[in-house]
Design a protein around this ligand. Structure first.
Ligand code: MLT
Length: 411
């Protein structure tokens, strides 16, 4: 007998998109040690944690140092103080009904969107928008819900919903019946958003088809326009068909600190093979209690401070700062004569690469001639070919410098 490998892993591309970019950038830096590279590739924030968050974080660390106030394992689902603050501030204040016990605190929307598929049967048909955050696709590949990737870059068995210039990046409803649908809005990578009406069509579809929407709202804090929903539960009937993922990473700078949450409404149920219904909330709770021991107490106290008036003021400032970068990027692209999308309700700008240049060629051009790093659209799926993503998450100074360099290139 020999140990065997999970062969589903062998179906994956050899590396995760952001690891591949890092590898190429490091190689470039080694060849050009004096290169002053500006990174606008991975969607990682650069502004420090808000003062209110840092203070709460410190206080909680001090509590961990006292015999009376020390805490060991916390609840796997998260501390009530944080779940209550979320229910009140992210939902009730918008007139949305989500109770604290439907909220599960975690260490990241990446982990939750990657793990959620475990509680669904392997025979479910999965639909993803294309381009897409690779985690939704790859976690399903790892689980064995797909065949190999074909020459077009699509995994067999997955349903791809192309979102391109041609359809204004609005995902078309699937032609075949699908069971699980991943939607991320405001969208990573295209930076575009869906209006209430457009999202309502998806909720209606899911209700009719008996599907479940896995709704990633990690970028909701960047929404500037009134007709864009911050939560899928703003749409009538969504509680019966949608799980929602949120994060403190992009609104409050927690990419390195790690805190996020997932909402699984009470009403959400799925049948077993005999037709008996099971509450998804209980299954997710079962999964989390076995595989997860919760987020650390200081981190949850830090996240709670996001909802204080001071925390809110500070996070708004950071978001405005990044959105000012987005505006600078949009204006510079305009001047350079490049077509682009997004950057209005999201910190991502999705550029159409110039005629005759594919995503990786544009990546190389920017890296070699401007020392600016972005993400090739094709890394997010076959419909991302011919596009390129820049993030607004760098400093204002670097964003301005990067755009000056870009404006010196001719395309
Ligand atoms: C991205 O660049 O797409 C982000 O890093 C996504 C993430 O938060 O994992």
């Amino acid at each position: 007998m020999m140990v065997t490998v999970n062969e589903n892993y062998l179906l994956l591309k050899s590396s995760y998109i952001f690891s591949e970019i890092n590898r190429r950038v490091e190689e470039f830096q080694t060849r050009n040690p004096d290169a002053d590279i500006i990174r606008m590739g991975i969607g990682d924030v650069t502004r420090p944690l808000p003062g209110a968050v840092v203070e709460a974080f410190h206080r909680a660390v001090d509590e961990m140092a006292g015999e009376e106030t020390f805490r060991g394992y916390g609840p796997e689902q998260g501390y009530p103080f944080l779940r209550e603050a979320i229910a009140e501030n992210d939902y009730a204040s918008r007139g949305v009904d989500v109770t604290p016990d439907e909220i599960f605190i975690s260490d990241g929307a990446k982990c939750d969107t990657g793990n959620i598929q475990e509680i669904f049967g392997l025979d479910n048909v999965v639909a993803v928008t294309d381009p897409v955050y690779p985690v939704y696709v790859e976690s399903n590949v790892m689980a064995g819900r797909t065949g190999p990737m074909d020459e077009s870059g699509r995994y067999e068995g997955l349903v791809y919903l192309p979102c391109t210039e041609e359809n204004d990046f609005i995902p078309p409803l699937p032609e075949e019946k699908v069971d699980l649908i991943y939607l991320c809005y405001p969208n990573n990578p295209t930076g575009t958003a869906l209006t209430h009406k457009q999202l309502a069509e998806w909720v209606d579809y899911a209700r009719d088809a008996g599907s479940i929407i896995l709704f990633d709202a990690a970028y909701e804090a960047y929404i500037q326009e009134d007709n864009i929903p911050h939560s899928i539960y703003e749409i009538e009937g969504a509680r019966e068909v949608a799980v929602e993922f949120r994060s403190f990473s992009k609104n409050a700078g927690f990419t390195g600190t790690r805190c996020a949450f997932t909402v699984v409404p009470e009403e959400l149920e799925v049948p077993d093979s005999e037709g008996k219904m099971h509450a998804l909330k209980d299954l997710w709770n079962r999964r989390q209690t076995t595989k997860f021991n919760g987020v650390s107490y200081p981190v949850q106290r830090a996240a709670e401070a996001v909802y204080t008036p001071e925390g809110q003021r500070e996070i708004r400032e950071s978001i405005d700062y990044y959105m000012e970068n987005a505006k600078i990027i949009r204006e510079s692209l305009e001047k350079a004569g490049l077509r682009y999308y997004g950057g209005v309700n999201a910190p991502y700008i999705w550029i159409r690469t110039p005629e005759g240049m594919d995503s990786w060629q544009f990546f190389d051009r920017l890296l070699n001639d401007a020392e600016v790093v972005g993400t090739p659209g094709v890394g997010f799926g076959p419909s991302g070919e011919g596009y390129f993503r820049l993030t607004a998450f760098n400093s204002l100074k670097n964003t301005v410098r990067a755009m000056e360099r870009l404006s010196e290139l001719s395309f």
